[in-house]
Design a protein around this ligand. Sequence first.
Ligand code: ZN
Length: 67
Amino acid sequence: MRCEQCNRKIRGRAYTSITGRKLCDRCGTRLQGRTAGIVAGGGIAGGRSTGGWYARVRRAMGRPPRS
Ligand SMILES: [Zn+2]
């Protein structure tokens, strides 16, 4: 069995992606990391709202944020 991502022989356990692709452990882990990155991307949007919160706090303290 070969990895559909890097075309290397899969040694040991094969990783099956959500789309059903057979990947080696390394590519599978990388794919999982990318999925986690998408989740983190949602976190950036959350961070932006946190930044807005921070700006509001600064404004409330009488120090408007530089922009
Ligand atoms: Zn691979």
